[in-house]
Ligand binder design. Structure first.
Ligand code: IVH
Length: 663
C-alpha cells in the first residue's frame, strides 16, 4: 500500500457516500457485497495502522463498553412536545387560533407523518457526531450517544458544509416488519416479546450495552433543529432541505401545503396509506412553515402554538368476547379463536381475534363474556391486548383447551415443551379443509370460489380428499351440491383449470410444507425449476438454497418423502398441473451478467444442463471466445477455444472450478 492514510480516507469517504445514498437518498449505488468489501478493507487497514482510526470512521459504530447508567444531558434548547387534536374540529380550532393571532396573513403548513417512536436530539460539532440524548422531561434527557452511533442512518460525519455546532432532532423507531421478525426470534429464544414497535424502539435505544442496540434494526427520521448558533431559517421547509444536504434523513412523505384544504387532503391520504407505510404512524403533525410566524405564535409552557399532532382515530377499541372456539389448521394445530361482538377498529370491522395457543390465552386469561381491548397494529392481525378485569361478569370460568379434536373427536396431543396442541388424525376433515383453503389461497394456486363453505362441502361429501382431487371434479358433481348454481360451478372449474399453469413458486407454496413461506418457495423454485427436481432433492441440495437452513431443509425433505405427499404431487402432475418454471434471472452472484463459453466434455453436466445452470444464475452462454468473454469452462479434451482463451487472458476454470461457481 503506497499511502495507507490516503487510502483509509478514500475508503471512509466512499463508505460514507454509499450510506448516504442508501439511507438518505434511497438510491444505492454500491451493492451490499461491494460495500462489505470496502468495509472490510478499511477494517483491516485500521487494524494494521491503529493511528489511522478516526472517531467518525464507519467502522467505529459499535465499540463503546456498556455503562452503569446513562449520564444526564441538559438540552441547550428545550425539547417541546405537541398538543393533540383528536378530531377534525379540534384541528380546525388550532388553525383558527393561528389565524386569529396572525391576522390576515396567509399561512403555509408543513404536514409530516407522526411517527410512533422516541424523540432524540443529536449534537454535531465541526460536523462530527458528538452527543445524542433522549427527550427525557424536555429539559434534561439521557446520554445515549453510544447507542445512537450504532444506527446506520445516523451519519457520524455530516456532509455538505455543516455549521460549527449543529443540533438536530428526530424520531427513532422500528419498522413493523423488523418488529414482527424480532419478536418471532425472541419468542423462539424464549425471551419476552415487545408489546409494540414503540416499546421495542425505546427499549432498544435505552440499552446500557450498545452492542445490544447494534443488533436491533432501529431507524430514524429527522424533523427539527435544536441549538444552532448563527444559523437561521426563513421556513421549516428550507430547514428540512438543509437537513438532507447534511446527510440527515427526512421523511419523504413530508408535504408543504399552501392552504387548509391541502392540509386536510394530505391528512386523509396519510390516514389511507398508514397501513402501507413500513412503520407505524398515529397521526399527522401539522406545523406552521414560516419561522417568523412561529416566533410570533410562541408557546404555552411546553407546547408550541405553531404545531399540532392531528391524531388518527383510535386503533384500539373495547368489545365483548362472545365465544371462544378452536380452529384446526392444516398441520392439525388447534388455535383458540375469540368470536367478538363486531367492532370498528382502525378502519375495519373486526369480529374475530386469534388467541394463538393455550399458554398465550392463559397469560391473558381471556374468558367468554369478558370485555377486552382490541388492537389493530398496522397490517398485523387484530389482537386482544388485555381483558378489562374490572368488568368481568361474576361466575366466569377460565377457558380450557378441549381434550378432543372438535372436528373428528380424536384425542389431541401437546408434546412436551411445545406450545401447540395438535390433532394427530391424518385424515381429520378439518385438516383437509384447511389444506384445501391454503392450496386455493391467493399466494398459492389462486383458485377463486373455494372458500370455507365450498371446501367444507367438498370435504364432507367426500368428493375431495386431497388437493389433487380438485382437478378431477366435474360439472355434474358440483351442481349436485347444495346451493351450487350453474354459474358458480362453471366459474370454479375454470379457476381450477387456470391454476394448472401457476408459476412454480406458487405451486410449491401451495403444498403447505411447514416452514416454507412465500420467500422460501421463491428460492426453491429458482433453484430446482420443477416439482420433479424438488422431489428428488437431497437434504444437502436443499440446504444449499438461499435462506434454507438445516432445520427447514429437513422439514422439506421429510415432507416430500411422505408416501401420501409423493402420491398427491404425482396426481397433480398426472392431472395436468404444469407449473410455469419462470426461470428467474439472478442479478447477483459469480455468474450474473457474465458471458461464458463451454468447451470440452464435462463429466457431471451435459451441455444443456450446464447452460441452464449458468442462465439461472444470470449468465449468458456464447459459442465462441472473444475479448468480451468473461469465463471459459474447460472440460476434458478442450481444444482451440481453450487455447484462444489463454491467449486473450480470459479466465479459465475446470469442472471443479465451475462447480464452485455454481454454489
Ligand atoms: S416535532 C415542537 N415532528 O411527537 C415540535 N414530532 O408530542 C417537537 N413526533 O416528542 C416535535 N413525529 O417524539 C415532531 N414529524 C414529527 C414527529 C414528532 C413524531 C413525536 C416526537 C415528539 C412528540 C410530540
Amino acid at each position: 500500500m503506497e499511502n495507507p492514510a490516503a487510502r483509509a480516507e478514500e475508503l471512509r469517504a466512499r463508505l460514507r457516500d454509499a450510506s448516504h445514498r442508501y439511507y438518505v437518498l434511497d438510491a444505492p449505488t454500491l451493492s451490499d457485497a461491494e460495500y462489505d468489501r470496502l468495509f472490510r478493507e478499511l477494517e483491516q487497514l485500521e487494524a494494521d495502522h491503529p493511528d489511522l482510526i478516526t472517531p467518525d470512521s464507519p467502522t467505529r459504530r459499535v465499540g463503546a463498553a456498556p455503562s452503569e447508567k446513562f449520564a444526564k444531558v441538559t438540552h441547550g434548547r428545550q425539547m417541546m412536545s405537541l398538543a393533540n387534536a383528536m378530531t377534525e374540529d379540534e384541528f380546525l380550532e388550532f388553525d383558527a387560533r393561528v389565524h386569529r393571532m396572525l391576522g390576515e396573513e396567509p399561512v403555509r403548513y408543513v404536514v409530516e407523518p407522526k411517527l410512533d417512536g422516541l424523540a432524540v436530539t443529536l449534537r454535531y460539532e465541526k460536523g462530527r457526531f458528538a452527543q445524542g440524548a433522549t427527550r427525557g422531561d424536555g429539559l434534561t434527557g439521557e446520554d445515549v450517544t453510544a447507542n445512537l452511533r450504532t444506527i446506520k442512518m445516523v451519519p457520524l460525519q455530516l456532509g455538505g458544509r455543516p455549521p460549527a455546532v449543529f443540533e438536530v432532532r428526530g424520531e427513532v423507531f422500528i419498522n413493523k416488519r423488523d418488529f414482527v421478525r424480532m419478536n418471532e426470534e425472541r419468542e423462539k429464544a424464549g425471551e419476552p416479546t415487545f408489546v409494540n414497535p414503540r416499546n421495542c424502539a425505546a427499549g432498544s435505544l435505552r440499552q446500557l450495552d450498545p452492542r445490544i442496540t447494534a443488533q436491533r434494526p432501529l431507524s430514524i427520521f429527522f424533523y427539527e433543529v435544536g441549538e444552532t448558533p448563527g444559523l437561521t431559517f426563513a421556513t421549516h421547509w428550507e430547514k428540512l432541505a438543509l437537513l438532507r444536504e447534511l446527510g440527515l434523513r427526512t421523511n419523504p412523505e413530508n408535504a408543504l401545503c399552501e392552504s387548509l384544504p391541502e392540509v386536510k387532503e394530505k391528512y386523509r391520504r396519510m390516514l389511507a396509506m398508514r397501513h402501507e407505510l413500513p412503520y407505524e404512524i398515529d397521526g399527522s403533525v401539522v406545523k406552521v412553515d414560516s419561522e417568523d410566524q412561529r416566533r410570533r405564535l410562541g408557546a404555552v409552557s411546553r407546547t408550541p402554538r405553531w404545531a399540532i399532532a392531528w391524531k388518527f382515530p383510535a386503533e384500539e377499541e373495547a368489545t365483548t368476547v362472545e365465544d371462544i372456539f378452536v380452529s384446526v389448521g392444516r398441520t392439525g394445530a388447534l388455535t383458540p379463536v375469540a368470536a367478538l361482538k363486531p367492532v370498528h377498529v382502525g378502519g375495519v370491522t373486526v369480529s374475530r381475534a386469534t388467541l394463538h395457543n393455550e399458554d398465550e390465552l392463559r397469560r391473558k386469561d381471556v374468558r367468554v363474556g369478558d370485555r377486552v381491548f382490541l388492537r389493530r397494529a398496522g397490517d398485523v392481525i387484530p389482537e386482544i391486548v388485555r381483558v378489562i378485569v374490572e368488568s368481568r361478569p361474576a361466575g366466569s370460568r377460565p377457558w380450557e383447551m378441549p381434550k378432543q379434536c372438535p372436528a373428528c373427536g380424536t384425542p389431541v396431543v401437546r408434546e412436551e415443551g411445545e406450545a401447540i396442541t395438535r390433532c394427530p388424525n391424518p385424515t381429520c376433515p378439518a385438516k383437509t379443509v384447511s389444506r384445501l383453503r391454503h392450496f386455493a389461497s391467493r399466494l398459492a394456486m389462486d383458485i377463486e370460489g373455494l372458500g370455507v363453505e365450498t371446501s367444507t362441502q367438498l370435504t364432507e361429501t367426500g368428493l375431495v380428499k386431497t388437493p389433487a382431487d380438485l382437478y378431477r371434479l366435474t360439472y355434474e358433481q358440483l351442481v349436485g351440491l347444495d346451493r351450487f348454481a350453474d354459474l358458480s360451478a362453471r366459474n370454479l372449474l375454470a379457476a381450477i383449470e387456470t391454476s394448472k399453469t401457476r408459476p412454480l413458486r406458487h405451486v410449491i407454496y401451495a403444498l403447505g410444507i411447514r416452514m416454507v413461506g412465500e420467500a422460501t418457495a421463491v428460492s426453491l423454485a429458482r433453484r430446482f425449476g420443477s416439482l420433479e427436481a424438488l422431489m428428488n432433492a437431497s437434504v444437502e441440495d436443499l440446504q444449499s438454497v438461499r435462506d434454507v437452513g438445516p432445520e427447514v431443509a429437513r422439514q422439506i425433505h421429510d415432507f416430500l418423502a411422505l408416501p401420501g405427499q409423493r402420491e398427491m404431487i404425482g396426481q397433480l402432475l398426472a392431472a395436468g398441473v404444469r407449473p410455469d418454471p419462470e426461470v428467474a434471472v439472478a442479478t447477483e452472484g459469480a455468474l450474473a451478467g457474465k458471458t461464458v463459453v463451454l468447451t470440452g466434455t464435462l463429466a457431471k453436466y451435459s451441455r444443456e444442463s450446464a447452460k441452464a445452470e449458468i442462465e439461472r444464475r444470470g449468465g449468458r452462454v456464447s459459442g465462441s471466445v472473444s475479448r468480451k468473454t468473461d469465463l471459459v469452462v474447460a472440460g476434458e479434451d478442450a481444444g482451440s477455444k481453450l487455447k484462444k482463451a489463454q491467449e486473450l487472458g480470459v479466465r479459465v476454470v475446470d469442472e471443479d472450478g465451475f462447480r464452485e461457481l455454481l454454489k
